[in-house]
Ligand binder design. Sequence first.
Ligand code: CO
Length: 641
Amino acid sequence: MSEGGVHPLEPLSEDEIHQTVQVLREAGHTGEHHRFAAVTLAEPPKADVLGWVPGNGTDRRAVAYVVDRSTGKSATGVVSLTKSEVVSWDAADGHHMLLFEELFDAIGIVKADAGWQEALRRRGVEDFDGVQCDPWPAGNFDDPWAGKRVVRVVSYVRHDEHDNGYAHPIEGVVATVDTVERKVIDLVDVGNVPVPADCRNYHAGSVASFRDDLKTLDITQPDGPSFVVEGNEIRWQKWRFRVSMHPTDGLTLHTLTYRDGPKGEGEERSVLYRAALGEMVVPYGSTSAQHRWKNAFDSGELGLGRYPLLNSLELGCDCLGVIHYFDSPQVTDAGDTQLVKNAICLHEEDFSILWKHFDLETFVPEVRRSRRLVVSSIHTVGNYEYGFYWYLYQDGTIEMEVKLTGILQTQGVDGAAADPNAAVVSPGVAAPNHQHLFCFRLDLDVDGGPNTVYEMEAEPDPPGADNPYGNAFRSKATLLARESEARRDVDPFRGRHWRVVNPSRANRVGQPVSYRLLPGNSPLLLASPGSRIAERAAFARHNLWVTPFTEGETRAAGLPNLNPGGSGLPSFTAADRSIEDEDVVLWYTCGLIHVPRPEDFPVMPVERVGFLLQPHGFFDENPALDVPAPPHAEGHCHTTD
Ligand code: CO
């Protein structure tokens, strides 16, 4: 039985994951051929979570994503941990995430394949043990094997164990592996590009000499951090929220509130119910046989919140300062449990100035330092690393910053046949142009809701009698009343953004309270509208979609592995539901167009992309007036009492 005191959004423990697997086995649903792509908390219905009071036990449930390796069929099982029984077993749904066992098996199958070996010999590669094989989601291109569980495998030479294989791509060889039949079912062997020979390494042992002028920089918090952690609940300054690691959604914020007013007296006001990645896609822009099919959905196909993609973070390396870590219990493919230590990092950072004014009448400055709370995780997906950083600020601002690093996806080129859709980054090595598009599912509950979304942009007044100097402009608000009206794109020339308004509550000057979504770098999907990737990643064809909250509508592209398209947002919004005065969910896509640089190789310095959620009329004034001046500041930065 679940303890009455356990909050319904507490992540599953290792014991609960074990229990879930046992219940499914004992019920006969899973046997020797079944593998577990993920087991995670089945988040209770929103109303149950919001209505929960300590001491009231809820039926605590887990959801298991299962793949039968003997048939390739997927199933979703829901287990009541409270009752230790199966609630549902849905064997009819589509393709679940790839299992690590499938990926690792595919490597062995390819290396043993005579055709693949011959293709490598033709390129002068004889030492197959020294070849690095990368299995990829195969996509869906109406191939003869459509509907089967397949992965595509590309390869690289390593000159020694630690050598960077991406400097030595084996171009023009793609093996497609049926992971159920356990054999290569298709082999592409085209072109004549030599394997680039230059080693390009980045690990410490390969760097000839290090710069020697960095002095020690220590971050100390002698009084400890300003946050309090209880289970997965975090209180910091006026913020209170929960955090979890989801197998596909990754780092997730839940039930985020801000206390408006002094400690012990203020009103705790809801900002959002849940915020996390709803999907992401990395579509490659090269037409070549080796790259045209690369469209990784690192969230839904590969499950970036799972071991071993989810990194264990190291103090002093990944995170600096006084850190609280959250571990992430996981299921293995085989149904055992595994703890990813230090999966989520929580710490505070000084973030320059919060606000300042220097009074030119008195020559007295007032300055406050900005402190931000950082909740972060890092995920390794093949050649790339993605860091997800949620920041909370003292003025009510919430920020998401994705940090992209790791190694480029590379392509062997000979000078004569340059690929117009790739950039040369090293002699004989190019990297195809690509995009990284992150769709965040933002379930805002501004003052609890219901909420209404307006598109905001500046509009110049027409010159004329009412605008004789031609300088006037206004802020135009356009109601987004239905789903069809809420597929929107950014317009930075007009400062376009979106406000989530609570129409039933006004601030001191009579405006409805709101939070606004300020977009960051927001390219759209560049692939043609008729392309298969445009169907599969339809979410990325618009920067914003808005839906009415509906239980189960959590993934922007549905279950994307091998999916032909049409799932997720296109399907959710097909009925063109009302989103006015509703519990609204925003789906916002930001990202990068990555035309690789030589400086991105052999390892890429972090690039950043993200967005802001900011109070707009949510408060009656600057909510950070009560942040005290730094107690130990030297010199003069505030008036005295
Ligand atoms: Co990139």
